[in-house]
Design a protein. Structure first.
Ligand SMILES: *[C@@H]1O[C@H](CO)[C@@H](O)[C@H](O)[C@H]1NC(C)=O
Ligand SMILES: *[C@@H]1O[C@H](CO)[C@@H](O)[C@H](O)[C@H]1NC(C)=O
Ligand SMILES: *[C@@H]1O[C@H](CO)[C@@H](O)[C@H](O)[C@H]1NC(C)=O
Ligand SMILES: *[C@@H]1O[C@H](CO)[C@@H](O)[C@H](O)[C@H]1NC(C)=O
Ligand SMILES: *[C@@H]1O[C@H](CO)[C@@H](O)[C@H](O)[C@H]1NC(C)=O
Ligand SMILES: *[C@@H]1O[C@H](CO)[C@@H](O)[C@H](O)[C@H]1NC(C)=O
Ligand SMILES: *[C@@H]1O[C@H](CO)[C@@H](O)[C@H](O)[C@H]1NC(C)=O
Ligand SMILES: *[C@@H]1O[C@H](CO)[C@@H](O)[C@H](O)[C@H]1NC(C)=O
Ligand SMILES: *[C@@H]1O[C@H](CO)[C@@H](O)[C@H](O)[C@H]1NC(C)=O
Ligand SMILES: *[C@@H]1O[C@H](CO)[C@@H](O)[C@H](O)[C@H]1NC(C)=O
Ligand SMILES: *[C@@H]1O[C@H](CO)[C@@H](O)[C@H](O)[C@H]1NC(C)=O
Ligand SMILES: *[C@@H]1O[C@H](CO)[C@@H](O)[C@H](O)[C@H]1NC(C)=O
Length: 458
């Protein structure tokens, strides 16, 4: 059960309402799936980047127009789907149950083509599912949408899975999946609620609840695009979002809780790439681990827009940018030994209409540029992890910075040239006189409210 303070989602109606949100773990006996949920998948196998296992299943539809209601569909074989909708089919299934047992023998085949997914919608098909429950065990996605021109829509439905690599709604091969009013639970390793996969999956989720228990199981796994609105999610042993490489995630009015590594985590698992993008609007992020930051970036060049956002961390760290990445184990920040192509993270973050508390921490060549605008307020400062790092802070006239310790900045600009929007608490801002951004300061030392100063770092 998810017990959440839905201040953001319901802020118009009332504030600080405690709302109990239910998901399938409330009525399924989880103890029956303990062994299933302890299974891992062998990902250290030769990658097969073409389809070697055919998608098959006992209910195989490739026809123009079909509507099915009040049925139970089941299958138990390995590498087998239950319902397959393919070859430009149009299909509606409603008020039905779909049950799947059985294992996936090759993670590349299940990730890239949806082999062993309970429902596989493929090759230009358009399928709608209303009021269905999809339950899977032993490692099987609930629904996979594969191929350009494929659309799967799932509404008013419950998704439950146990076992590894059992994503809820999953799209790959440029397929698109839309979920509305979904209640999701996954108990296994690496079983995100809403995921994309190679080369891209387009995932749209509205008014839904998701709860994941396993390591590597996020609420959103962005590979392609994620668009979400009004989603409440709790990832017990993962960030609320993983993004691998240059992808897009737009999350609006979401209330997400993360239990491992970070609130939202953007990385590149191979070479560093430039252009990863996240937009978090009207949302709340709660990060439970004692050392985890709100946002974490490694081996990526990324931009984040945070508008009207609340971030609560136990660590007091808002952002980390690191010379690091995440491996397929999904449970630690990996370094050079795991990837000899690593490069530092470079991050631009634009904050508007938000009050944020916490530090920005950059490691080993990484940089964070932090822009506050539109009545934002930031209580915190910048910190070096280890090695060199670089920070830029930009304030508009309406935004405020309350320092909690000294800050060493490469770049500093402030539309309020009198600096009255900074409350120093006795701490100082040291700026780099060689940076052209700082020429407006004319190498001067200026007193700040509260006893600190803005002064050259050299
Ligand atoms: C497969 O799933 C069933 C149903 O959850 C479970 O009883 C069985 O233990 C699973 N197999 C393994 C090896 O976990
Ligand atoms: C992956 O498998 C190869 C060959 O079997 C082995 O040499 C390597 O150590 C394995 N890597 C990991 C991370 O387990
Ligand atoms: C989709 O099309 C590809 C390419 O023609 C084919 O290999 C694959 O088997 C098809 N998948 C399904 C589920 O029909
Ligand atoms: C399937 O559902 C969609 C959306 O609800 C609807 O537009 C379409 O007419 C339905 N098709 C069939 C064959 O019932
Ligand atoms: C799906 O499961 C929920 C919760 O048990 C139940 O209320 C609903 O009736 C089920 N739907 C179907 C189609 O069985
Ligand atoms: C299904 O996969 C499981 C796990 O790999 C294996 O133990 C079992 O023998 C397989 N079943 C068949 C019929 O191949
Ligand atoms: C996905 O899109 C890319 C780029 O348009 C294309 O090359 C590729 O064939 C598409 N893949 C599938 C499975 O449709
Ligand atoms: C971020 O998303 C919100 C909500 O969809 C949108 O209104 C806003 O324009 C987006 N911000 C940017 C910079 O694109
Ligand atoms: C930073 O990255 C190094 C590996 O390069 C890793 O050992 C360390 O745990 C990471 N720390 C954080 C907070 O990301
Ligand atoms: C720091 O970055 C350098 C490359 O600039 C790299 O060789 C080294 O392994 C990194 N150290 C850590 C702990 O990340
Ligand atoms: C500092 O400003 C320079 C020049 O505009 C820019 O290239 C660099 O990325 C900025 N660095 C940070 C950390 O903001
Ligand atoms: C400020 O200091 C930098 C180097 O520290 C120097 O190059 C520059 O000319 C100085 N500017 C002014 C206005 O004194």
């Amino acid at each position: 059960m998810l017990l959440l303070m839905i201040t953001v989602l319901l802020s118009v109606a009332c504030s600080n309402a405690v709302v109990i949100v239910s998901d399938p773990s409330d009525y399924v006996d989880l103890s029956l799936d303990t062994i299933d949920n302890s299974l891992l998948t062998d990902w250290n196998i030769t990658a097969t980047l073409y389809q070697i296992i055919a998608v098959n299943g006992p209910y195989y539809f490739s026809e123009a127009n079909r509507k099915i209601e009040h049925r139970t569909f089941a299958a138990t074989d390995n590498d087998t789907s239950v319902v397959v909708v393919t070859d430009n089919s149009i299909m509606n299934i409603s008020h039905s149950l779909i049950l799947k047992h059985g294992y996936a023998s090759n993670i590349y085949q299940s990730s890239f083509y949806g082999v062993n997914a309970a429902v596989n919608v493929a090759n230009g098909s358009f399928a709608t599912f209303n009021n269905i429950n999809i339950t899977t065990h032993n490692g099987s996605a609930n629904l996979y949408a594969y191929g350009s021109g494929t659309y799967a829509i799932v509404e008013d439905s419950d998704l439950y899975s146990s076992g590894p690599i059992s994503h809820g709604l999953y799209a790959g091969g440029n397929g698109t999946v839309t979920g509305r009013n979904i209640r999701h639970y996954s108990g296994g390793y690496r079983s995100s609620a809403f995921s994309g996969d190679t080369p891209a999956g387009y995932v749209y989720i509205y008014s839904s609840v998701a709860h994941t228990a396993g390591i590597g199981s996020a609420i959103f796994y962005a590979l392609g695009e994620i668009h979400a609105e009004n989603v409440v999610g709790h990832a017990e042993q993962a960030p609320a979002l993983f993004m691998d490489g240059v992808q897009t995630a737009e999350l609006q009015k979401v209330d997400l809780t993360a239990g491992l590594l970070a609130g939202l985590l953007l990385f590149s698992s191979s070479e560093r790439e430039a252009g990863a993008y996240i937009n978090l609007t009207g949302s709340k992020l709660t990060v439970l681990p004692e050392t985890a930051p709100g946002l974490w970036f490694g081996n990526i060049i990324a931009t984040a827009e945070l508008a009207n956002v609340e971030i609560e961390t136990a660590s007091g760290i808002l952002v980390v940018a690191n010379y690091s990445q995440i491996t397929q184990d999904f449970n630690y920040y990996a370094g050079y030994p795991d990837n000899n192509d690593l490069l530092p993270a470079e991050v631009d973050i634009y904050v508007s209409e938000s009050y944020l508390d916490g530090d920005l921490v950059a490691y080993n060549g990484s940089s964070i540029s932090w822009t506050l605008s539109q009545y934002s307020s930031w209580t915190g400062s910048v910190k070096f992890g280890y090695g060199d790092a670089s920070f830029g802070v930009y304030l508009d006239k309406t935004s405020k910075w309350i320092l909690t310790h000294d800050a060493f900045l490469t770049n500093f600009t402030n539309d309020d040239t009198g600096l009255s929007n900074i409350i120093s608490n006795g701490h100082s801002i040291y700026y780099d006189t060689t940076s052209t951004t700082n020429t407006w300061l004319k190498n001067q030392t200026i007193q700040l409210n509260g006893g600190g100063k803005v002064t050259p770092s050299t």
